[in-house]
Design a protein around this ligand. Structure first.
Ligand code: NDP
Ligand code: 2IT
Length: 452
């Protein structure tokens, strides 16, 4: 928020330099712009940060490893994909962040995700730096054997760059329990050591209870915290959720625990709108559909005879609360206006940067309870951090213990946002709060290290 003419000029200059250094990287530029709008004025008002060029340094990854992954498909054809690990910032702990497998993956997307991850991880209160990786490999329609061969080939290179005190990857879009198992099994074989170098592992080989559920559950815990400040709750609220993957499924599950009424979910082909609400039995069907048979949401619409909005997102459905949980830029300014017009009062991002910049601004201007992903979806990486702790001391904490810790962490993330984002009238700008709290933490460590 460059409130002065001078502030706006500084921001414009800063962004022009960034765009020039990162040509064509629109997602990365977008993520930095959102942070710079709040953080640059803060840096300029604090000469020690300005002198040390903290924001400038934080927008340049420590390193990017880019490599080819060659594998063989079931027909015997040789296939080649491009993969990356973006190690963004390890000022407050080893690099940490997921791996994404999707046809759209490129360096710009992984840089935006690694940059955001640095801020998110700082908010968790756990000692984790920020990173992201992945490949332009499309797992859709591939057999288990093909996915296994791809993962094993990818790890041949990735294993050189990761380690429990160096960089600890996990899952993201297209990388779930199956992929993590193939990747970790290959690491263990290549390195001849069993160590906590990845999170999201199976329970019998070093995984943590509640990691699978953590992002969705955490997003709803965060929402509960926002609503509690307003003397409100989720009970009885109509909720729209996008996506049908790991984050969306457990967002719906926690909404049901709290007596809310989720009415939509979606995939890249369309949205199901179930007026009667997605209940526990329908959710069990969905988990099987998405995680076992890897089917499409249209199958749900047929089975339960509900409305199917082909090629559409859920944002036209009237609701009290919205949880975008699929992918970046899935909700634009027209969608935001429609949600607001229909009375939506709460938006919590399960995905990373699902709202375009204009959509975010529409929510901020309307002063609804709006949580940016780096705060509200931090539950996943938080339980990853707890998995790392358990691996370090070779312990396995109970489900109750991990869930209680997750709930406490989400509450602490919320409180940091309030501390840095509350205005004189008591309204909280969670974007501002999250950006400033994280910047102070990571930037403070960088200041202490001097010019390195
Ligand atoms: P999954 O792969 O489990 O599910 C992704 C879902 O989003 C699928 O339903 C998919 O539909 C849909 N989707 C993906 N890309 C697109 C697209 N381009 N257009 C429309 N729909 C799309 O991923 P996750 O649930 O793990 O991740 C969802 C979001 O949450 C991502 O932004 C991720 O970065 C973020 N996140 C994930 C965390 C985690 O722990 N897993 C933690 C924090 C954030 P389809 O099957 O048709 O592709
Ligand atoms: O975006 C994210 O926070 C994740 N995909 C989870 C990262 C992790 O290391 O658990």
């Amino acid at each position: 928020m460059g409130t002065t003419a001078g502030g706006n000029q500084d921001l414009a200059r800063f962004m022009a330099g960034l765009v020039k250094r990162n040509p064509g990287e629109t997602e990365f530029t977008q993520a930095v712009q959102e942070v710079a709008e709040t953080v640059l004025p803060f840096q300029l008002a604090h000469p020690e940060y300005a002198k040390a060029q903290i924001l400038q340094r934080m927008t340049e990854p420590d390193r990017i490893v880019s490599f080819r992954v060659t594998w063989q498909d079931d027909q015997g054809n040789i296939r080649a994909n491009r993969a990356w690990r973006v190690q963004f910032n390890n000022s407050i702990g080893p690099y940490k962040g997921g791996l994404r497998f999707h046809a759209s993956v490129n360096q710009s997307i992984l840089k935006f995700l690694g940059f955001e991850q640095t801020f998110k991880n700082a908010l968790t209160t756990l000692p984790m730096g920020g990173a992201k990786g992945g490949a332009n490999f499309n797992p859709k329609g591939k057999s288990d054997d093909e996915v296994m061969r791809f993962c094993q080939s990818m790890m041949i290179e990735l294993q050189r760059h990761i380690g429990e005190d160096t960089d600890v990857p996990a899952g993201d879009i297209g990388v779930g329990a199956r992929e993590i198992s193939f990747l970790f099994g290959q690491y263990k074989r290549l390195a001849n050591r069993f160590a906590g170098v990845m999170t999201g592992k199976g329970l019998s080989f070093g995984g943590s209870h509640v990691r699978t559920e953590a992002t969705g559950y955490g997003c709803i815990y965060f929402t509960q915290n926002m609503l509690a400040r307003l003397n409100e709750s989720l009970e009885g609220k109509t909720c729209v959720v996008s996506g049908a993957g790991n984050v969306a499924l457990y967002t719906v599950e926690k909404l049901l625990h709290l007596g809310a009424k989720p009415v939509t979910m979606s995939d890249s082909s369309g949205t199901i709108f179930d007026k009667n609400g997605i209940d526990e039995e329908k959710l069990a069907y969905l988990k099987h559909l998405k995680l076992v048979t890897r089917g499409r949401m249209s199958e749900y619409a047929e089975k339960y005879d509900c409305e199917y909005l082909a090629k559409k997102a859920p944002w036209c459905v009237p609701c009290d609360a919205a949880f975008p949980s699929a992918t970046q830029n899935e909700l634009d300014v027209d969608d935001a206006r429609e949600l607001l017009k229909n009375g939506c009062k709460v938006v919590a991002e399960g995905a990373n940067m699902p709202c375009t910049r204009d959509a975010t601004n529409a929510f901020l201007d309307a002063k609804i309870a709006y949580a940016p992903g780096k705060a509200s979806n931090a539950g996943g990486v938080s339980v990853s951090g707890l998995e790392q702790s358990q691996n370090s001391v070779r312990a396995s904490w109970s489900r109750e213990e991990v869930e209680a810790k997750l709930e406490r962490i989400m509450s602490k993330i919320h409180d940091q946002c309030v501390e840095m984002g509350e205005d004189d009238e008591g309204h909280v700008d969670y974007v501002r709060g999250a950006n400033l709290a994280a910047f102070k933490k990571v930037g403070g460590a960088m200041l202490a290290y001097g010019a390195v």
